[in-house]
Design a protein around this ligand. Structure first.
Ligand code: DAH
Length: 340
């Protein structure tokens, strides 16, 4: 038995010292100290020894167990250290590698214009409204005083969804919607997408953008219209901008006008941007027609108002010197990233 014990010590301590992983070490521990382990089995045979032999063998067996346990513990520490080192090596991050850059986006020129517009009019006490892009023909035309026979209602010009619904051809129906649900004082700005059956070219697109404005209250006059829009032009295009109102005709306003601003590129002297006129046409406007007020349930004897509508793509193109409308819709990053 003595030999057996010494052998066990010799063999297992060597095995333990050669172990290279925690699993490996655990296997060895089970093989020698486990329930059916080699040392355990020897200890079980202790009963078979004579009384004289027993103390000596018992002592030796304990020494062997202790020695094995001490080596197990010692090797375990070494292995943990090795395993940690391996882990550190495997999971090491090379902080000298250059990082991956997330490129900064930029705002679409149209959104820059809309945001500036919102800022200007919110500053004047307006609220920003929206309306549906699929609109009742009644709201898009009839309630705006546009006669049944008007050419803009033609199937050639307007996308009809069915007999009663169109893709709105202008943001003006938002005037109707607002006046129907709210009573004066009303001050709204309503930017949005509009649709017309146009062929695509450098200045036309079947989808484009407008912003509508509407003010209704007691005692609103043409001078409120002029003052508001003149201030808007100076905020939008620079403080030296001058405005000019030319008579025009719209069905939902009377009187109506178109507003020009002095060319921001040449300050009104005449250049390519303004086709040598010094002026750039910006929007349509006028005093809300009494028929429109009436159909929306607002008493035209008590209230009056002004309205305006502008093409946002056009304004963005003028402001940024963009020569082709198609660029606005193509989402080419080389184009878009220029607008910071
Ligand atoms: N809706 C008109 C258009 O698309 C623009 C317009 C003109 C709007 C005069 C108005 C206005 O509110 O008063 O051509």
């Amino acid at each position: 038995m003595k030999e057996k014990l010494t052998k066990i010590r010799e063999i297992y301590i060597e095995e333990i010292n050669n172990a290279t992983s925690s699993e490996n070490l655990e296997d060895i521990r089970v093989k020698v100290l486990g329930k059916k382990g080699e040392l355990t089995l020897v200890l079980r045979d202790m009963g078979k020894l004579s009384k004289e032999e027993r103390p000596e063998m018992g002592k030796l067996a304990n020494e062997v167990r202790e020695a094995i346990e001490v080596s197990l513990a010692g090797q375990k520490e070494k292995i943990i250290e090795i395993e940690y080192e391996k882990m550190f090596e495997n999971e090491a991050i090379d902080i000298t590698l250059p990082g991956k850059k997330t490129p900064f986006g930029s705002h679409h020129p149209l959104n820059i214009v809309v945001e500036r517009l919102n800022d200007i009019f919110i500053g004047l006490g307006f609220t920003v409204e929206e309306g549906p892009e699929i609109e009742w023909a009644e709201y898009n035309f009839d309630h705006l005083n546009i006669p049944k026979e008007h050419t803009s209602r033609d199937l050639q010009d307007t996308f009809y969804v069915n007999d009663e619904m169109v893709l709105r051809t202008q943001t003006s129906p938002i005037q109707v919607r607002t006046m129907m649900k709210r009573k004066p004082p009303i001050r709204i700005l309503a930017p949005g997408r509009v649709y017309r059956s146009d062929e695509i070219d450098a200045t036309h697109s079947p989808v484009f953008h407008q912003a509508e404005g509407l003010v209704v209250d007691e005692g609103i006059t043409m001078s409120d219209l002029k003052g508001t829009l003149d201030l808007f032009a100076k905020e939008m295009f620079g403080p030296d901008t001058k405005t000019k109102f030319r008579p025009h005709q719209f069905y939902f306003t009377e009187p109506s006008a178109e507003m020009d601003v002095t060319c921001f590129a040449c300050n009104g002297k005449g250049c390519r941007v303004c086709q040598n006129t010094g002026w750039i046409e910006i929007l349509g406007c006028g005093m809300v027609h009494p028929n429109v007020l009436e159909v929306c349930g607002i008493d035209p004897k008590k209230y009056s108002g002004f309205a305006f509508g502008m093409g946002l793509d056009r304004i963005a193109m003028i402001k940024y010197g963009i020569s082709d409308l198609r660029l606005m819709f193509e989402n080419d990053i080389r184009f878009l990233k220029q607008f910071k």
